[in-house]
Design a binder for this molecule. Structure first.
Ligand SMILES: Cc1cc2nc3c(=O)[nH]c(=O)nc-3n(C[C@H](O)[C@H](O)[C@H](O)COP(=O)(O)OP(=O)(O)OC[C@H]3O[C@@H](n4cnc5c(N)ncnc54)[C@H](O)[C@@H]3O)c2cc1C
Length: 423
């Protein structure tokens, strides 16, 4: 029986970040994962600027090592190409006036088999993290002092005062112990495939989001990977999948072989492996994600952004916050549900507001005609592209889209641009 203050279940980005932050705080932990790394994880593989920023906050050397790692495991990302239902392409750089010669990139695309392995290697270097790969935690019981955890055979047993569950979207604990039921309006399904030789990828490594008429409010993505590969996928909110009896795998195959501009680009592309799918528990519904002696991190805490489907950054961020909360628990010898509320409050403050806004935007962009209208407008208005570019990093700017005065201002500036062009 391993006796520890802190046991983390799941060594994906959420669990690994929690262990790394604890390690930097000088707090030992036990980290268990059922997989042996490197292992695959169904994902779009886009690592946002937020993920990179929080990893730097944990330890700047982590991102330095990631950036220095072979270009074979990551592509630098400089912006997003949006494609509207009426086939308008809008390139929005992550920073206004970007220049690929300078350090203005805001993200990466890295296959999860590589990225997660990189993080687990970081974990393995820390003396105060006891990493146990290849162990599935199948039994969890509440005890007076915390939790008892074991694999099915009980050949691996842990007694922990604090349990941090970071075991992903299908967390049994999260659903059955913490009570986070699946709610289709706040859940999405997505499939992803790897392709080689997709034509027409953006020369500066922009990721592509295609809002096609038949799949809105979902979207199709094409994310460039090293070596001429691309991660291609299709995602949609689960209630829409159920209502339409939508088959994501079949639709993805159909779209890339029949949709005019895409079919041309995929004419000579080769599918690498299979098309695979997984669920995305979205953070658009406020839930309690902690309790007496436990916290939920990442997908186990339903923390995926409801608009973009980004979950890696939020998993890492929640891991950092969970580690700091764990430090408080140990210092005060308080693991009570009441004390754990501080974790929920901080998550609500730093991630909740952003996800609330994303949810409103998700609802606003669920109408194909509106997306096309906006696309027409944006392509004619450089000022609007500049503002959208600022929205990635600035929540206050993002909020402005809900004020009529914002659109009025944009309308006026668009009109002025049209006039000056005419002159
Ligand atoms: C199709 C798709 C596309 C996506 N695209 C993106 C994207 O481009 N960018 C982005 O940021 N996010 C994306 N996401 C979301 C992202 O994949 C998740 O938010 C992210 O993986 C969450 O990290 P995590 O550490 O919480 O969980 P995970 O990465 O799922 O890690 C959980 C870990 O727990 C382990 N585990 C599970 N059960 C047990 C157990 N019983 N015992 C021990 N270990 C266990 C697993 O082996 C795993 O290693 C996508 C999701 C999907 C499905």
């Amino acid at each position: 029986m391993i006796k520890t203050d802190i046991c983390i279940v799941g060594a994906g980005p959420g669990g690994a970040a929690t262990a790394l932050k604890l390690s930097h705080l000088g707090i030992p932990s036990v980290l268990v994962d059922k997989a042996v790394f490197p292992r695959d994880k169904v994902c779009g593989d886009a690592i946002s600027g937020k993920a990179a920023t929080i990893l730097r906050r944990i330890d700047p050397a982590i991102m330095e090592r990631f950036e220095a790692a072979s270009q074979a495991i990551q592509t630098e990302i400089w912006g997003i190409r949006f494609v509207s239902p009426n086939n308008k392409e809008i390139d929005v750089p992550f920073r206004p006036g970007y220049d690929t010669g300078k350090d203005a990139k805001q993200g990466y695309v890295s296959k999860r088999v590589d990225f997660d392995h990189f993080l687990v290697q970081e974990v393995a270097q820390r003396d105060n993290i006891a990493l146990h790969p290849g162990i599935s935690i199948d039994l969890i019981e509440k005890t007076e002092a915390g939790f008892y955890l074991a694999n099915k055979e009980k050949t691996f047993e842990v007694a922990a005062r604090l349990l941090i569950m970071a075991n992903g979207a299908n967390s049994h604990f999260s659903r059955h112990y913490a009570g986070l039921e699946k709610d289709e309006k706040h859940h999405a399904g997505a499939v992803r495939a790897y392709f080689k030789n997709v034509a027409g990828l953006h020369p500066d490594g922009f990721i592509e989001l295609h809002f096609l008429k038949d799949i809105i409010p979902g979207y199709l993505w094409i994310f460039p990977l090293p070596g001429g590969h691309a991660n291609v996928g299709l995602g949609m909110r689960s209630d829409h999948i159920s209502q339409r009896r939508y088959n994501l795998t079949r639709s993805l195959t159909e779209i890339i072989s029949t949709h005019p501009p895409l079919a041309e680009r995929f004419k000579n592309a080769q599918l690498q492996g299979k098309i695979t799918g997984y669920g995305l528990p979205l953070g658009s519904k406020k839930r309690r994600i902690s309790g007496s002696h436990f916290m939920l991190v990442g997908d186990a805490g339903h923390l995926i952004d409801p608009l973009s489907g980004e979950g890696i950054g939020n998993a890492i961020y929640s891991g950092l916050i969970a580690a700091e909360q764990a430090q408080q628990c140990l210092e005060r010898e308080d693991f009570s549900s009441k004390h754990m509320e501080a974790y929920d409050e901080r998550i609500g403050r730093v991630l909740g507001k952003e996800m609330e806004l994303s949810y409103r935007l998700q609802q606003m962009l669920s109408r194909p005609w509106l997306v096309s209208l906006l696309a027409n407008w944006v392509t004619r208005n450089q000022q609007l592209i500049y503002v959208i570019s600022q929205m990635y990093a600035n929540l206050a700017v993002r909020k402005r889209v809900f004020y009529p005065s914002f659109w009025l201002k944009m309308l006026i500036s668009g009109g002025k641009q049209q006039k000056s062009k005419a002159h």
